[in-house]
Ligand binder design. Structure first.
Ligand SMILES: Nc1ncnc2c1ncn2[C@@H]1O[C@H](COP(=O)(O)OP(=O)(O)O)[C@@H](O)[C@H]1O
Ligand SMILES: [Mg+2]
Length: 255
């Protein structure tokens, strides 16, 4: 059994570390409490929990877009990719121009941008659609473009806020496989939010289960299958057991 990407790469350094993190918004909403989560390079950590439990807050803190009010979140890299539920493409720019956006904002030359964007477009399987406008793309393709845009940063830490939640099941599964292929190829650390227990187990090396608000961690489940995953593991008893455990923990937390 080979756990791909875990030997050759500089696997294992901590990319983000939440230590007893709490978050109270101005106005008094207590969103998060006592969060301890660590993501290392080569780990894909998924957080599942009900709406409003603070999942997006957690990601925004990791990205430095929000400041924790208790404990400490230590993000140890500047190269952080962020993919949101909405693809957030600029409607007046082509796929190529959208994917170049971050490099453009970072002041990269036109030539450098073009090369980086083309590579990223190729990696997400959108070659041939460089000149397409967002409105001409399916939801899945828009999400691929959004992924490509973040990939141009070559992130060490990749944050995903329910990116595939609005997609149909088949498209979602396909994108799950694409994402794991990228994960193995690039060796980043992933922190992924989802409502889907099956998606969480399929994608992750570790699943973190959160309670309702104020969100705290109620269970942590390691997922031992090789990466990238064989789609057929979904039909194995071992996979079913893990899905069962995560579902049970979610239910217990909300009983
Ligand atoms: N900027 C904000 N100001 C005040 N309250 C907020 C803000 N953002 C989120 N909240 C509140 O914090 C809680 C957690 O929100 P969020 O992190 O978006 O949860 P989730 O992503 O799990 O649905 C919710 O009750 C939400 O209303
Ligand atoms: Mg959210």
């Amino acid at each position: 059994m080979t756990t791909v990407a875990l030997e050759d790469r500089r696997v294992g350094e901590v990319l983000v570390d939440f230590r007893d993190v709490g978050m109270t918004y101005q106005g008094g909403t207590l969103a998060l409490e006592h969060i301890d989560v660590t993501v290392r390079r080569g780990e894909f950590v998924t957080v599942v929990g009900p709406s409003g439990c603070g999942k997006s807050t957690l990601l925004r803190i990791a990205a430095g877009l929000e400041r924790e009010t208790a404990g400490e979140c230590d993000t140890r890299t500047d190269r952080v990719g962020f993919v949101f539920q909405d693809a957030t493409l600029l409607p007046w720019r082509s796929v190529q121009q959208n994917v170049e956006l971050l490099a453009e904002l970072n002041g990269r030359s036109r030539a450098e941008r073009a090369v980086t964007a083309r590579e990223a477009i190729d990696l997400v399987g959108l070659s041939g659609f460089e000149k397409s406008m967002p409105r001409e793309l399916s939801g899945g393709m828009r999400m691929r473009a959004s992924l490509a845009r973040s990939l141009t940063l070559d992130p060490d830490l990749f944050l995903f806020d329910e990116p595939f939640g609005a997609l149909d099941e088949i498209t979602r599964q396909r994108l799950n496989d694409e994402l794991l292929r990228l994960f193995v190829a690039k060796g980043f650390g992933g922190l992924f939010i989802t409502h889907s227990v099956a998606e969480a187990v399929y994608l992750s090396t570790r699943v973190v289960v959160m309670s309702g608000r104020p969100g705290h961690v109620v269970d942590v489940v390691d997922v031992p299958f090789d990466m990238p995953r064989d789609p057929d593991i979904r039909y194995t008893p071992e996979f079913g057991d893990l899905v069962g455990r995560v579902s049970h923990s979610l239910k217990e937390a909300h009983a």
